[in-house]
Structures are given as structure tokens and as C-alpha cells.
Ligand binder design. Structure first.
Ligand code: GDP
Length: 447
């Protein structure tokens, strides 16, 4: 247990005015602080009507005191919640009174960090606390709750236990000369490894979707001037955002908008027309377009249905970073009465639509979900982070490598050990202080 004497305090409710406001305090022994501010110790876990006292015994506020003696509390320490009136000044006075009585201001996420350090929750659960607060769609909320309840951690732990079993089996084999290793043992090892690989693939699929639910998808609209990028953004968003004009090169700056597509947050960026130009302002916009590609997940390349895939369009397709999912939109099908449709070409999805009449627009929505791997949502998705996805990927790579190393038991065992370490890092069994610092610094104060 760290810093036993340290008492932390923060306003836990959002800044601004509200019906009530909460000051939260945590520390190993809050009795002296409670004596100072409440005059007495409230009964544990019972809402107690109290007067909150200043140093000269005058009243700062009155409200409800809630006392959770450690270790049966959120942080595992004594926790006190003072629920008063939700005004910034009165809450500030209440907080300063706590500081006067020996508390210090809590850092962002410090309550949750203490909960983690005191084994009240593992690291993936602690992260889910912040993700739940940040969740931008109902689907994200439900997935965050699943991670917070420990379902995700439980599946990671069960995978880790499977690896431990297999490691024990393999390390026992290491003690015997090659010729004495039973054929049945080999079979057992291989079949256990196969089921671990299947389990890690299942978990990875859910974590990937969870990670997209958490951070959303960045979609870049690109294409030559005047093909209808701005119009397409407008019809996707359903409002007039970007300037639509028949003069090529009017979208000089990137315009971005966020939409919720079946619970997936899409950040759509309309880039300036990508073409060689002598216009200085326009070329600045173009430079920015290429920069947008660096952070994007999907590129939607718009062209005119009448001209089809032009040489320039192919060039943009070829120049875009390889990791981007690619969708080519053939716009303006209304002009020549072409039917709306979708298809799959080599390396990209095709959608034929009209940004003007919105015919075929659903095809684009479906394609966006499909390229993100979100068209069929896995059941019980966990809100996951990039960090979890990379750890699961690394564990999967090690397990696959183990399969290849099967004839060499030492190397096989080493790959299993690596996979195991990766899984442990998700729930924070062995986490570097820097990682913890980075994770908790992103929390809000008072959580
Ligand atoms: P951008 O330069 O690629 O952003 O193109 P805009 O969205 O500004 O559109 C250029 C012109 O094409 C405008 O006059 C639009 O009204 C027109 N336009 C865009 N989409 C369609 C479409 O689906 N059908 C028709 N008929 N015209 C369109």
C-alpha cells in the first residue's frame, strides 16, 4: 500500500452550477477530517444530514455526508462524500476546508488509481471507468459497462490460465529426453494450443470492435474538385455544412463533422480537391488533405459516375497509405439515370449513388460499417483500447510462433511465456509506472 498518510480531495461533479455538487475525499483514516468538518463521524454507508463546518465553526453549507470506511469502499481506503449545493464557489469553500484539514488536491484519475493499487479493480476495469464517462454512444456505454464489470478481464484471465496450463505441460516435457515424450502428450499440447488460438482470435475480434466503438472511425473524403465531396458530406450529415458550389476548388479547407452510424462514431473530413494547382491558398488546403490521410482509417474516394475511375482517381488510390480501407463512390448517378448499387473490386469497395437525391446513400453507410469490421456486431463487445488490441495481437503472434516452434520445446515454451506476459499487461499485473501515469493522467479530476 502506498502513501498511507496521504489524503486526497476533489470536487467530483462537473464544473459549473448544478442541483447538487459532491466533494470526494479518500485516505487511510478520515476520522480527524470528519471531526473537523462534520463535528462527528457519520454512520458508515448511511446518508447523514449534516452541516459542513468552517474552521470558525460557521456553516459553509449543509447537505448529506456519506462515509465508506476502508477497505469496503471504491478506493479501498476511507472515502467520504460531501453532497452539498452545486455552486462552484460553495464547493470551492468546501474543498478548501478539506485541504485545511490535511487533504491535498487529487490528481486526475487518482481515486481510480488508488482503487487499482489497492486491488479493487484491475487495469482494464480502471480504464473502463474513464471510457464509460467518455462514451459517445449508447452502444459504447453498454460495452464499457461490460469491461467495467470485469467480463473482459475475466476472459483475458481465463486465456492466461489456459496458457499457464500449457506451459506446465510443456515445461514438464522439457525434463524428459525426447524419446520418452509420449505421442499423446504431443497431441494434447497441440490441441490445447489450437483452442487457445481460437479463444484469442474471438477475444481479439471483440476487442477490435470495442476499440472502434471507443474511438470512432476517421473517414476522409477525397477526390478531384467538383465530383461532389461536399454534397456527399452534407447528405451524410443531413445539414448544409460544407460550401457546395459549381466552381472547382471551393472547398479550400478541411471541413469535418461527426455522425453516429449505428452507435459507431464517424468523424468525416472533406478535404480540399486533390489536384495540382498554382493557387497558393488552394494548395495549402491540398497539403492538409494529404496530412489528414495520415490519421484516417478509411478513405472514401469520390468520382463522377459518368467518367468512372479516371487516371487521377487511380493515382490517388495508389498514393493513399496502404493501411487505409478504401471505398470508391461513383457519384451523380441521377444525371444519366444509372441504378444505385454496390460492389467489390480489387482492393476497394464500390458504391454507386447520388449525393443530390441521396439514392444509394445507404449503400455507402453499409460499406463504411463493413470496411470497419462493424457490419455484424459481435455479441458482448467490450469497450477496449488500442493498448488491449495490440497486446492481444502480440499474444496471438506468439501463440502462432509457438505452433511453428513445436519441435523445439525450449523455444515453444519461450513463445508461451511471451504470450502470457502480453495478456497480463492488459489487466495490469506487471505494469510500468509510466504506463499507469499515462493512463490515469487522462482521467478527469475527482474520478
Ligand atoms: P466537391 O468540389 O467535390 O466538394 O463538389 P461539390 O459537392 O461542391 O459539388 C460540385 C457540383 O456538383 C455542385 O454543383 C453540386 O450541386 C453538384 N453535385 C454534387 N453531387 C451531385 C449529384 O449526386 N447529382 C448531381 N446532379 N449533381 C451533384
Amino acid at each position: 500500500m502506498k502513501a498511507a498518510a496521504d489524503i486526497i480531495a476533489a470536487v467530483a461533479t462537473a464544473p459549473g452550477r448544478g442541483g447538487i455538487g459532491v466533494v470526494r475525499v479518500s485516505g487511510y483514516d478520515l476520522r480527524p477530517l470528519m471531526a473537523g468538518i462534520l463535528g462527528s463521524k457519520p454512520k458508515p454507508r448511511i446518508a447523514t444530514r449534516s452541516v459542513f463546518l468552517a474552521a470558525d465553526a460557521s456553516q459553509i453549507d449543509n447537505g448529506i455526508a456519506l462515509y465508506f470506511p476502508g477497505p469496503a469502499s471504491f478506493t479501498g481506503e476511507d472515502v467520504l462524500e460531501l453532497q452539498g449545493h452545486g455552486g462552484p464557489v460553495v464547493l470551492g469553500m468546501l474543498l478548501r476546508r478539506c485541504l485545511q484539514l490535511g487533504a491535498r488536491l487529487a490528481e486526475p484519475g487518482e481515486f481510480t488509481r488508488r482503487a487499482f493499487l489497492n486491488d479493487k479493480m484491475d487495469l482494464a476495469q480502471a480504464e473502463a471507468v474513464a471510457d464509460l464517462i467518455e462514451a459517445a454512444s449508447e452502444r459504447a456505454v453498454r460495452s464499457a459497462q461490460r469491461s467495467l464489470s470485469g467480463e473482459f478481464s475475466a476472459q483475458v484471465s481465463s486465456l492466461a490460465r489456459g496458457i499457464i496450463d500449457l506451459r506446465m505441460l510443456v515445461e514438464a516435457m522439457l525434463d524428459f529426453p525426447e524419446e520418452e515424450i509420449d505421442f499423446l502428450d504431443r497431441e494434447r499440447v497441440l490441441s490445447q494450443l489450437a483452442s487457445l488460438l481460437a479463444a484469442v482470435a474471438g477475444l481479439l475480434a471483440k476487442a477490435r470492435q470495442g476499440s472502434i466503438l471507443r474511438k470512432g472511425l476517421k473517414v476522409v473524403l477525397a477526390g478531384l474538385p467538383n465530383v461532389g465531396k461536399s454534397s456527399l458530406l452534407n447528405s451524410l450529415v443531413g445539414a448544409d455544412l460544407a460550401i457546395v458550389s459549381p466552381i472547382p476548388g471551393t472547398t479550400r479547407d478541411s471541413v469535418r463533422e461527426t455522425i453516429d452510424l449505428e452507435g459507431v462514431r464517424l468523424e468525416i473530413v472533406d478535404t480540399a480537391g486533390l489536384r495540382e494547382t498554382n493557387d497558393v491558398v488552394e494548395s495549402l488546403g491540398i497539403e492538409r488533405s494529404w496530412r489528414e490521410f495520415g490519421e484516417a482509417d478509411v478513405i472514401v474516394l469520390v468520382c463522377d459516375a459518368r467518367s468512372g475511375l479516371t487516371k487521377e482517381t487511380r493515382q490517388i488510390l495508389a498514393q493513399a497509405p496502404p493501411r487505409l480501407a478504401r471505398i470508391v463512390v461513383f457519384n451523380k448517378i441521377d444525371i444519366e439515370g444509372i441504378a444505385a448499387s454496390t460492389g467489390q473490386a480489387d482492393g476497394f469497395s464500390e458504391v454507386w449513388l447520388s449525393a443530390k437525391t441521396t439514392e444509394g446513400l445507404q449503400g455507402l453507410r453499409d460499406a463504411l460499417l463493413r470496411v470497419a469490421g462493424m457490419e455484424v456486431l459481435e455479441e458482448d463487445v467490450f469497450l477496449a483500447r488500442e493498448r488491449h488490441v495490440s497486446a492481444l495481437l502480440a499474444a496471438q503472434t506468439s501463440l502462432q510462433a509457438a505452433e511453428g516452434e513445436f519441435p523445439r520445446p525450449e523455444l515453444f515454451a519461450e513463445e508461451l511465456r511471451r504470450a502470457h506476459t502480453q495478456l497480463d499487461s492488459i489487466i495490469g499485473k506487471f505494469s510500468a509506472d509510466e504506463l499507469l501515469g499515462e493512463i490515469f493522467a487522462r482521467f478527469c479530476i475527482g474520478k
